[in-house]
Design a protein around this ligand. Structure first.
Ligand code: C5P
Length: 284
């Protein structure tokens, strides 16, 4: 095999709670991550020498600052691969949006190199390598839906037959995850998720219960800075969403609808006011 194409789905956080500050500066999380069918496509091709990254997007770095580049470099080093690789990132996931776009590209490169070079790498080793690239990368390797704890690397897969219909809106600005966490103050949080209640409703495929229990403590930082996030949530709910929430550190907002038709109708209306609106569902 000389080439391979891998899908890299975006994620949203259905819940996100900060349960402590760690000595390494990171925050201790309890968050439910969920992949959606908004995907980048990663094209991998064996090459003679070096790591070459290219993309249809001019919003991402093509050098060692790109997480996909870092993933390739670490895989090549750890598994003593002497050849080179060409990586083309067909970008669809908005950048700096709270959707793990960079992390999922890195995860796809890890999965892809493992297949392309028939490494049969140990799953624990892969997950450790993933965590060394970024907190969301292990989840992106695992995929589906999972409760993530620790920095985000301790994962509990969550089975469900729920297929969520959503409208995702990315406002015209980006947020830095590091800055949002730096400004986070638990005393300023109004609503924390009840993850136990969420997991119960998730297990029972109770869509109404699930939507009642979505919550993200990082909204307290991002909404204070950008009121537009709250406005988008409000609009999605007015258009029939069962509930709406910011994903990750933002600024993307998703509204969950009872079915695909209602999501499509609301999506058409949101497109009149916002440039980046996606009607999406769970990645199955
Ligand atoms: O791990 P990653 O590089 O993706 O994290 C980006 C930034 O988000 C970190 O530098 C840190 O400031 C913050 N972060 C955190 N606690 C986490 C995950 C990320 O404080 N659990």
């Amino acid at each position: 095999m000389r080439e391979l194409v891998v899908e890299a789905p975006a994620k949203i956080n259905l819940t996100l709670d900060v349960v402590g500050k760690r000595t390494d500066g990171y925050h201790e999380l309890e968050t439910v991550m969920h992949q959606i069918n908004l995907v980048d496509t990663i094209h991998l091709k064996k090459d003679l020498k070096g790591i070459n990254v290219n993309s249809n997007s001019n919003l991402i770095p093509l050098d060692e600052n790109n997480l996909a580049y870092q993933a390739a470099a670490k895989m090549f080093k750890n598994y003593h691969i002497k050849e080179g690789i060409y990586i083309f990132i067909e970008k669809r996931i908005p950048v700096g949006a709270g959707l793990a776009g960079g992390s999922t590209d890195a995860a796809a490169v890890i999965i892809g190199i493992n297949k392309l070079y028939e490494l049969k790498a140990d799953q624990n080793d892969i997950m450790q390598l993933a965590a060394s690239i970024g907190s969301d990368v292990p989840f992106c390797v695992l995929g589906g839906t999972a409760m993530a704890r620790g920095r985000g690397e301790i994962l509990q897969p969550l089975a469900s037959t729920l297929n969520l219909s959503m409208v995702l809106v990315k406002p015209d600005f980006q947020l830095s995850t590091a800055e949002v966490y730096r400004a986070f103050n638990l005393n300023k949080v109004e609503t924390r998720p009840d993850n136990t209640a969420f997991l119960d409703t998730w297990k029972n495929c109770d869509i109404i219960g699930v939507t009642k229990n979505i919550a993200n403590v990082l909204e307290s930082v991002s909404i204070r800075k950008h009121g537009e996030i709250a406005l988008i949530k409000q609009k999605l709910i007015q258009l029939g969403a069962l509930n709406a929430l910011m994903s990750g550190s933002g600024p993307s907002v998703f509204g969950i609808f009872i079915d695909k038709r209602s999501a499509q109708q609301a999506g058409e209306i949101m497109k009149k006011d916002y440039n980046e609106v996606y009607v999406v569902s769970s990645y199955i």
